[in-house]
Design a protein around this ligand. Structure first.
Ligand code: SIN
Length: 283
């Protein structure tokens, strides 16, 4: 169904990003060829989706660790018994949720995670979709002039808007973030255009939640262009929308995608479990 030669069925979701994988039971011990082919699909489509999977924490971790080492989030306590496991729980009545604006995961650290594996534990009958956008497509659609201008520019990423006392985003209860007293800002500069370490393709790497300003420029000076890039980054033609069901899993490549959780679950509870994989320093 897709251009690649895969030992399972791959059904692309849109022309830019995302594919559903059929015929792989990820709770099972997968052979090396299947894991290599899944990695290829992740690199080709940016995010891959699985349906009807039965994953307890151990099986979820075992699958994730076929692709790398588990990442420990600096600002989230994680599950009491296991700091790598992040339960994202949205209760009826919660007005804020985690990830409700476009972002890539955890760019405030020096080596942001290479990917995330989000599993639907208890998914509402409707609402609570997640959207993804290809940052390859976002970069490639910029004019040559703007591409050249951004070539050696870096930007500061911080968690000050997503955690800590001055945050604009996210309800503290949903993922057990550190208390305001314990929280210390984490911030790093990264290239505005990064080169993917496996595909060699260039991707835009700024987002609305964490990117504060361009290096050597004030926030006020940066604002106009940053706002333009952050809005451009998720144009409809670069994106896809995933409708969750309990038992679905989304595995995204955090190096070339952004995503956003849609805050429309109203009276329903939504419980997700997320694991992240270690990545390397963006270049
Ligand atoms: C996230 O931003 O990692 C959470 C996405 C979601 O809950 O849909």
């Amino acid at each position: 169904m897709s251009s690649g030669d895969y030992p399972f069925v791959v059904e692309p979701v849109t022309g830019a990003i995302g594919a559903e994988i059929h015929g792989v039971e990820i709770a099972r011990e997968l052979d090396a060829d299947t894991v290599a082919a899944l990695r290829r699909a992740l690199l080709e489509f940016g995010v891959i989706f699985f349906r009807d999977q039965s994953l307890d924490v151990d099986r979820h971790k075992a699958f994730a660790m076929r692709f790398g080492r588990l990442f420990l989030h600096p600002n989230i306590k994680g599950d009491r018994s296991d700091p790598a496991v992040i339960n994202i729980v949205r209760e009826p009545g919660d007005t804020k949720i985690i990830g409700e604006d476009w972002h890539s995961d955890t760019p405030q650290v020096a080596e942001p995670p290479m990917g995330s594996l989000l599993y639907g534990v208890d998914v509402p009958p409707y609402g609570g979709d997640t959207m993804f956008a290809s940052q390859y497509h976002a970069y490639e659609a910029l004019s040559p002039g703007l591409q050249a201008m951004l070539e050696n520019v870096r930007a500061l990423h911080s968690d000050r808007r997503t955690a800590g006392p001055a945050r604009d985003y996210g309800a503290a209860n949903v993922v057990q973030t550190l208390s305001n007293d314990q929280w210390r800002e984490t911030a790093h500069f990264h290239p505005v255009v990064r080169t993917h370490p496996e595909t060699g393709r260039k991707a835009l790497y700024v987002n609305r939640q964490t990117t504060i300003a361009f290096e050597h420029m004030s926030e006020a000076e940066s604002r106009g262009l940053l706002e333009y890039l952050c809005l451009h980054a998720h144009r409809p033609e670069f994106s896809c929308r995933f409708r969750w069901k309990t038992g679905s899993l989304a595995f995204w490549d955090n190096r070339c995608t952004q995503h956003t959780a849609i805050n429309d679950t109203g009276r329903f509870r939504r419980v997700m479990r997320r694991l992240q994989l270690c990545g390397d320093r963006p270049v």
